[in-house]
Design a protein. Structure first.
Length: 183
């Protein structure tokens, strides 16, 4: 019990000494006493310090990475949409190109049919002429056209017209006639 009284007396002396120091410095007021006793001070809000989280820097880095990934994902989504638009444009252009190609082939086919009809007409006309007159009319035509006209004629009529041609032109025409013809 004696020890308890000594401790209690020491504690009272300490509090009185502290009060004396506060009084001497001018800080002995009700707020200072309340702070010493651990009570809230009037007009002052009690702020509790948040405990320091050792994972906070890692969480911030993860959040930053997540934001970066979301931005990249948005960019990829935009890029995919752009690629889809371009693919649709290409499909449309391919369809238009196919249609134009078909038109061109049809026009070419029509032109070839018309040319064949004209060659047929010329061949019939040349067949009805005398061989000398026919050779004279053909000599101013390109060799390819002469060959086409002669191919449409009967063998007998063709031979007479080639015989009436100048020798150099006749040999060129005969040489070309040996080549395969493509319709």
């Amino acid at each position: 019990m004696k020890y308890v009284l000594i401790i209690l007396a020491s504690l009272v002396i300490f509090v009185l000494a502290l009060a004396g120091v506060l009084a001497a410095t001018g800080n002995l007021n009700q707020d200072a006493i309340a702070k010493l006793m651990g009570q809230p001070v009037e007009g002052e809000t009690k702020t509790e310090e948040a405990p320091v989280d050792p994972l906070d820097p890692i969480a911030r880095q993860l959040k930053k990475k997540e934001d970066e990934l979301k931005a990249k994902e948005r960019a990829l989504t935009d890029r995919e949409a752009q690629v889809m638009r371009r693919e649709q444009e290409l499909a449309t252009l391919q369809t238009q190109l196919d249609a134009l190609q078909k038109q061109l082939l049809d026009a070419e086919s029509d032109a070839e049919m018309q040319r064949q009809a004209e060659i047929e007409t010329v061949a019939n006309t040349i067949s009805n002429m005398k061989p000398d007159a026919a050779a004279e009319r053909l000599q101013n035509m390109p060799v390819g056209d002469i060959v086409d006209v002669l191919r449409k004629m009967k063998d007998k009529d063709r031979g007479k017209v080639v015989e009436a041609m100048e020798p150099q032109q006749a040999s060129e025409v005969l040489r070309r006639m040996q080549e395969p013809s493509f319709p």
